[in-house]
Design a protein around this ligand. Structure first.
Ligand code: GLN
Length: 542
């Protein structure tokens, strides 16, 4: 029997609802339950694929090629369960499905309304693609009280009624602000937020109260009384120094015990937290440190590089070192002297990106890494930059560029209009919609035996996730190989370069895919582990 836990947020946004949901799921998992996590986003975009990283942060891509909310990255990193297309939906997608059904005539002449048609579509989504999971946790994006979230709240209210409390639970995340002049944590915003939930017919079963300090018993009692929640189900969610401490800390506050109690699962085995304790131990007591420069465009909003930042930390966990990240806006390198910002870095990474702004600086960073033999990791756009740099500065193709930046006579990186996905031919036109039309999701890649990547992966064939429209142009392979670049990973049909590396360099790898999306704290991605190990060697040289 699958049980559904609905997580809503109140008072303010950015309280870490995604993390809290992921941490709760991982706790249930350590008790032996099978879990799945879902995110319901109230905005009108069909998916976050076309949104600017400044608006939305990272777009997380699943194996099955969905462009989703970055919270799905937390879900995967905390549980190891691969997210699917069916784990994220938006108001935009729900409405476009409802409207398509209306046009087909599926509603048999009915007046199509938010209740029941939109709410039915939301319920259908929540209940779909569920097999033998013990728990499905559904996070509702936004904050209670937003106009957009109303249909979602109404849908989960209905489900609570239809499935009963033995199969549903409502968890509400709130904030207890500390007011220095009063010397007190304030419970009123939480009371108001619960009132807001009650006004749409939802009585929370549990409150998760974010606070920067211990919550006195008196305050917990007060919240319980005013919000009609048992006192033990008012769970303090205190700030912690590492996100991977969150499951441990929530367990200590009784989170999973109370969930088991709600579902009458009191005889469930206690959680085995050893995995999380080991990770936190490694983070707290590193044996060394390295500094990695991340040279990108969206460095003023680090959520844009959420999985990347985490994957680099995982590389640190694997090597028992602390990884300091130096985020650098590539545009500063348009001023030549600024390149010395890289002098104290033990590794340089150019991440994924779009558009021409900042390209000159990224290419300058690649050149610096290549010439000074500093470990270089190019991801997606960062691989394309490495190829353009080699073409221009080593292969003598002065006008080498990407057709992403406009028409060019030497498209070393070019628009891909046709490619194979398994045995299926996928075709695109330059004039196609921008939404959902990139090369997306998991693709196989054949590694060339004897190369560095073959050694790092310890495999011949790998699968990684993609999100890009342009590809390194195979027609330039010979000239680039003559310039010292080895094409060490190729698509199964041998047409799309997936990985390049430089054997004349201690660690220089560019990958067309996004390995950061698959890294987990308890299973760091081999490329990140190897990159950080190379950075440690570099730190001993400088
Ligand atoms: N802009 C490049 C492309 O579309 C790279 C994309 C990326 O880095 N994710 O191919």
């Amino acid at each position: 029997m699958t049980r559904f836990i609905f997580i809503t947020g109140g008072v303010v946004s950015s309280l870490g609802k995604g993390l809290a949901s992921a941490a709760l799921a991982s706790l249930l998992q350590t008790r032996g339950f099978k879990v799945r996590l879902r995110k319901l986003d109230p905005y009108l975009n069909v998916d976050p694929g076309t949104m600017s990283p400044y608006q939305h942060g990272e777009v997380y891509v699943t194996d099955d090629g969905a462009e989703t909310d970055l919270d799905l990255g937390h879900y995967e990193r905390f549980t190891g369960v691969a997210s699917r297309r069916s784990d994220n939906v938006t108001t935009g997608r729900i409405y476009s499905n409802v409207i398509a059904r209306e046009r087909r005539g599926d509603y048999l002449g009915a007046t199509v309304q938010v209740i029941p048609h939109v709410t039915d579509a939301i319920k259908e989504f929540i209940l779909s693609d569920v097999t033998d999971e013990d728990f499905v946790l559904c996070e509702i994006g936004g904050t209670v009280g937003d106009i957009e979230s109303l249909p979602f709240l109404e849908a989960i209210r209905q489900l609570g009624n239809e499935l009963g409390s033995e199969r549903t639970m409502f968890v509400h995340l709130t904030l207890l602000p500390y007011i220095p002049s009063a010397g007190e944590l304030k419970t009123k915003p939480t009371q108001h937020s619960v009132k807001e939930l009650l006004s749409v017919g939802i009585q929370p079963d549990m409150l998760l109260c974010r606070s920067d300090r211990e919550i006195p018993v008196g305050e917990r009692r007060k919240i319980a009384l005013f919000c009609n929640v048992r006192q033990e189900a008012v769970i303090p969610a205190l700030d912690v120094d590492s996100i991977y401490q969150v499951p441990i800390s929530y367990h200590e506050q009784g989170l999973d015990d109370q969930v088991c109690k709600h579902f009458a699962l009191s005889d469930a085995p206690p959680p085995d937290l050893s995995r999380w304790k080991r990770i936190v131990e490694r983070i707290r007591f590193p044996e060394g440190e390295v500094t990695i420069a991340v040279v990108g465009k969206y460095t003023s909003l680090l959520d844009s590089y959420k999985s990347l930042g985490e994957a680099l930390q995982h590389g640190g966990i694997a090597n028992k070192v602390k990884v300091h990240l130096k985020w650098i806006d590539s545009q500063i390198f348009e001023n030549e002297g600024a390149i010395h910002e890289l002098d104290d870095c033990h590794g340089i990474l150019v991440p994924g990106g779009f558009g021409e702004r900042g390209v000159t600086g990224k290419i300058a960073a690649v050149r610096f890494a290549r010439e000074h033999k500093v470990p270089y990791f190019g991801i997606c756009f960062g691989m394309q930059m490495a190829v353009i740099e080699a073409a221009r500065n080593l292969a003598g193709i002065r006008n080498a560029s990407s057709s992403e930046f406009g028409a060019c006579d030497e498209p070393v990186v070019g628009l891909m209009t046709e490619w194979l996905h398994g045995n299926k031919l996928v075709q695109r036109k330059a004039s196609d919609d921008l939404g959902g039309t990139m090369r997306l999701g998991a693709y196989g890649c054949h590694l060339v035996p004897g190369t560095k990547v073959a050694e790092i992966y310890g495999a011949d064939v790998i699968s990684e996730r993609h999100r890009h429209r342009y590809e390194v142009n195979i027609d330039y392979r010979d000239r680039l190989e003559n310039a010292g670049m080895v094409f060490s990973g190729m698509s199964p049909d041998g047409l799309l370069p997936e990985i390049v590396e430089r054997p004349d360099h201690p660690w220089f790898i560019g990958v067309q895919f996004h390995p950061e999306l698959k890294s987990k704290p308890f299973d760091p991605h081999p490329l990140f582990t190897s990159f950080i190990a190379a950075a440690i060697r570099q730190s001993r040289l400088v």
